[in-house]
Design a protein around this ligand. Structure first.
Ligand code: SF4
Length: 301
């Protein structure tokens, strides 16, 4: 049995950067309260907790000390409130998310309403919307009814959406609403890192008869990656940890592909590959024994 890793998988640069920044700050300044999980992955969250990084729901849960903004980013009010309260701020907002925030802010200042193609309750989307001063909203359905008060509209995307799905959204949305829009801006705020992972997963699917997508269950991009794998028609399982792999998944398989979301650490991927190798060896030994058995039975007779 062959075990193949996708050409692009695991931590993106934005997540690596955020983890390094928070770990370094915890070492230098002591305990840190992170506004939400630095990444949606329990392995990373546990590792950072051991270094003194505690996850809190919001600034209301912080009394003093240092606060971290995650790679998903937050609204402008966080900087203002931390300054007012004399809290130390470690802002790990990914530069690609920051670009999206700046675009949303600038467009609103120029009189555009902003529509984000994304999940309205995702931290990154909520953060970008917070820069629109109430002139933005997030939708997933291009058929959704929306208000376009000034006939000026801008379309952005949650960074983890694929370029293809954003293009489809734009086509359908504009087709439906063009009569109500005088001026339209489209800002491609999808992240090339996530698109690379989707593309590599599709490539991997061609040579595999089983796919394992590794990542936190609450990670939107890992879920999307697993869905991309499943859409290829190849049997797919999404797991958080190596111990979740069931030996029976491997029975009769020739090539197993491994991919991982942008918030999945290298060690989780290595553990999954090591477990797959071990299970493959065990399966091979079992098959060899089964093949030898009829021969020995013959000799006994
Ligand atoms: Fe940044 Fe892209 Fe990683 Fe999101 S997926 S943190 S946008 S590099």
């Amino acid at each position: 049995m062959r075990i193949v890793r996708a050409k692009a998988l695991g931590f993106c640069f934005g997540v690596r950067r955020a983890i390094d920044m928070v770990a370094e700050a915890a070492e230098e300044r002591g305990p840190i309260d992170s506004l939400g999980s630095i990444v949606h992955n329990p392995v990373v969250v546990d590792g950072l907790a051991a270094k003194g990084v505690r996850v809190v729901g919001g600034l209301g849960d912080v009394e003093s000390g240092t606060v971290a903004v995650t790679a998903h980013g937050r609204g402008p009010e966080i900087e203002e409130e931390t300054e007012e309260r004399g809290l130390d701020l470690v802002d790990t907002t990914c530069p690609i998310v920051r670009k999206s925030q700046k675009a949303a802010q600038g467009l609103c200042a120029d009189g555009f309403g902003v529509i984000i193609y994304g999940e309205e309750d995702h931290p990154e989307v909520m953060g970008v919307l917070a820069w629109t001063e109430g002139k933005g909203r997030a939708i997933l359905d291009p058929e959704a009814e929306i208000d376009i008060p000034h006939r000026k509209l801008a379309l952005l995307a949650q960074t983890t959406k694929s370029e293809q799905s954003f293009a489809e959204f734009v086509g359908r949305f504009v087709g439906r609403n063009i009569g109500r829009i005088n001026e339209l801006r489209i800002v491609n705020t999808t992240c090339p890192e996530t698109d690379e992972r989707y593309h590599a997963a599709r490539e991997l699917a061609v040579e595999c008869d089983l796919l394992i997508a590794v990542g936190g269950r609450s990670s939107a991009n890992t879920r999307k990656l697993a869905q991309t794998c499943a859409d290829s028609g190849v049997e797919t399982h999404q797991i958080e940890r190596a111990r979740e792999i069931k030996p029976e998944w491997l029975e009769g398989k020739e090539t197993v592909g491994v991919t991982a979301g942008a918030s999945t650490p290298d060690e989780s991927i290595d553990e999954v590959v090591a477990r797959l190798e071990k299970l493959a060896e065990m399966l091979h030994a079992k098959e060899q024994r089964a093949r030898r058995l009829p021969l020995s039975n013959l000799m006994d007779a």
